[in-house]
Design a protein around this ligand. Sequence first.
Ligand SMILES: *Cc1c(COP(=O)(O)O)cnc(C)c1O
Ligand SMILES: [Zn+2]
Length: 390
Amino acid sequence: VTLDYACYACGRTASPPAARCVCGEPLWIDSDATDFDWPVDGPESMWRYRDVLPVDPPAGMGSVVGGTPLVRTAPLDDFAGARIHVKYEGTNPTGSFKDRGSAIGVVAAVESDANAVGTVSHGNMAMSVAATAASCATPCVVLVPADIPPERLDAIAAFDPTIVQVEGSYGDLYFDSYDVGRDLGIRFLNSDTPLRVEGQKTTAYEVCEAFAPGAPDAAVLPVSSGGHASGVWKALRELVAAGRLDALPRLYLAQSAACDPVAAAFRDGDDEVSATEAGETIAYSIANADPPSGTRALTAARETDGGVCAVTDDEIRAARDRLARDAGLRVEAASATSLAATRRLTDRGAIAADEDVVVVATGSGYGEAGAASPHRTTLADLRATLSELV
Ligand SMILES: *Cc1c(COP(=O)(O)O)cnc(C)c1O
Ligand SMILES: [Zn+2]
C-alpha cells in the first residue's frame, strides 16, 4: 500500500516511512472520506468501514476485530450523573481496542516487503500485535522494558513473538525502534503510528453509526499515548466532511492523576503537552509520562469543545466496581477512568444530566488480579449457609 500522510497541525503532507512531520507533530493517513455513507450491509466488524480504510481485511484474527457492543447502561446513570452508554472493547480478540490498529498494521506489513512486524509495549498492544501476527504467520518482535512484571510477560509470550527486554529509557525506545526497524526491515507498529490510528478510528465510526442520524452529546475515553484519541478525532472530522454528522460530540479524555501530562496541559491552558514524572497508578495501561500524540489529543479535546480530566486511583476503583456490579462489565483499571471522569465532569457541570454520554471501556479486566473473599461452607452445611446468605 502506498499512502500519503498529512499533519493535522500544519497541513504539510509527507510520505511513509516518516512517522512525524517536520514540525514535530505526528502524522496520520491523508484519507478522503467525503463520499462516505453508512453501509447498508457488510460485516459486523470494523471492516464494514472498508471504504475509508487503507487495506483489505486480512486472514486470521484481524478479520473479526471490532463490531463491539454499545450498551445502554441505565443503572450507571445515578453514579455518573448522565445517560450512560458503554462502548465495551473487551470483546475484541485480545480484549482491547488495540486489535483495531493491529489489524490494519499487520496487513500492511504483510503486503509490504517487511521481514517482521514489531511493537514497543508492555501490555495490551504487545499482546494484540503478537496475536494478530501469529494468526497471519508473520514474525513478530516485541520490545519490553527491563522491569516488566512476569504475569504481563507471560500473557505476551503465549503468542510466541521474539521478546526482547531493553534496558534504558522507554520513551526513547519508541523513537529508536523506528530507526532500527527501518534498517532491519521490521515494521514497528507503535502506539500512534499512522496505520494504527487508522484502525483505531473505527471505534468512533461504530459509535456514530449506532446513533445515526443523531449523535451522542459527548464521548469519554482514557488517554495515554494519544493514539486512540487521535483516531476517534480523525473519524469525527471525516464524518463531518462526509456530511454524516450534524453535531460534533464533545470529546473528553481521562487520565490517572498520578500520570497526567495531557490533563495538566489542558488545566494550564498550554498549547503543547510536556513530559511529566510518572507516578504509581493502578491504571498502568495509560501511564505514559511523555505521550507522542499528547498534543494532538489535547487539540482534539479543545477543538470539539470537550476537555481533559484526571482522576485518582480511588475514583478509578469506585468506577471499576460500579461497571462490574451495576452493569456486569468487567474492565481494567485504565478503562474505568472514563466513567470516573464522567462523574467528575457532571459534578462540575461540564456534562448535563440529560445528555447521552458514550463511555469507552477500552479493555477487559479479565487479565487483572482481584482480591476476592468468598464465604465458606461444607457440602453438609450448604443448605443452611445459603439460606442465611440469600
Ligand atoms: C493503550 C490503552 C489505552 C490508551 O490508548 P492510547 O492510544 O495509548 O492513548 C487505554 N486503555 C487501554 C485498555 C489501553 O490498552
Ligand atoms: Zn506539521
